[in-house]
Design a protein around this ligand. Sequence first.
Ligand code: SAM
Length: 449
Amino acid sequence: MPSVFIKTYGCQMNERDSEAVAAQLVAKGYTLAKSEAVADVVLLNTCSVRDMAERKALNKMANMVGIAKKERPNQIFGFMGCMAQSRGQELIDKLPDVDLVVGTQKFHRTADYLDEILAGRRDKIVDTAAEEKSEAAIREHLLNGNAQKSVSAFVSIMQGCNQYCTFCIVPYTRGEERSRTIDDIVAECRDLVSRGVKEITLLGQIVTSYGKRDIATTNGKSAFVQLVDAVHEIDGLERIRFTSPHPKGYGDDLVEAYARLPKLCESAHIPVQSGSDRLLKIMHRGYTRERFLGIIEKLRHARPGIGISTDIIVGFPGETEEDFEQTLSLAREVEFDQAYIFKYSPRRDTPAADMDGQLSTAVKEERNERLLRLVNEIAARNYEKLVGTQVQILVEGPSKKNPARMMGRTRCNKIVVFDGSDRHRGQIMDVKITRAGSFTLYGDPDILE
Ligand code: SAM
């Protein structure tokens, strides 16, 4: 059977979609190639959130088809995911050697389409149509041979986004929110736990909007909290996480779930985007700085020491120095454990792309630098404070940077690297922190009192 190499750009949802496609292909008898150079089929799973991500995938494809023309004339190429959805046929018009374009509601059709192309029944296939129930089609996992995923797995609970933030392309590439049923998700989680998975991360573009249309709030619990409760019931599951939520999803029911559910890890990635109320309004975020700070306070009260991370955009159209100062002061006030900072990138079809006051690259870069420096300083101080303390980690597998060592994550989602061996994989263990590096802690399991 042919071999396939999938390269993924963008977020964890894209990683998860690629994994499901790979698992579907393996189930059909395809093998997974180690690199594009030795693969019969190369698929790029693309991201559209920023222009840079699109350009990277386009350049990569142009480069690969160029080499294949000379060296591997029978190689098959495809685009999947967000850029495939937003550009469709345009991608083949631009790069005529591309054979397949599969949109965000069609991942599960990839294997059948490749069969048709490889058998010579069809030449080019572009499918970006909407498909009912496609939200429930991302369910297969590739646990074997992947140390980390066999311990900590991601489960896609919904697709799409209805928030329409003025900067964001996601509602146009992923469509309207569609949620799987609680029973279906729990069945997938149970199966993963029976195969050795200890930690599950529930995934969605705005995960806290899960089931809003279909599942009524019951006893004050939103559909999302009802789902977390149901997953919490699974015997053998040790930890639950979710990403990414929206601040508006942090009602008291969710805050209370942190206090009530021991498996729900004390860690929250809550995208704030800006510290300026003026910009939050123009971004169409639906909360104020004060509301965001109130959520953080409640969460820290419910779970002292909770790890808080965020996403921030710098250089949104019309962002003044004063708006940006508001973001800096928010970062100082919250003391995020980690912040992903994005330079605003105009996206097609989004209202912000046509707004007045687009800022220069130089301004965006300068603000990015300043905010990054602040976030790093604060995080370094707080990581340093953990030296000498004892933390609980779930060991995922070899460290990516140094495979001779093992890595695990604290409940607050901090990476801990230590000298261990494969026998530690999947174990929940206590380690003493001996040193702090840049967003990494170093631990020793042997020096516990
Ligand atoms: N659930 C998240 C939220 O509440 O907004 C959305 C996840 S989005 C796919 C990931 C991050 O990309 C966003 O949080 C935002 O910071 C960033 N992003 C989205 N559109 C962007 C744009 N046009 N330019 C720069 N960054 C962008």
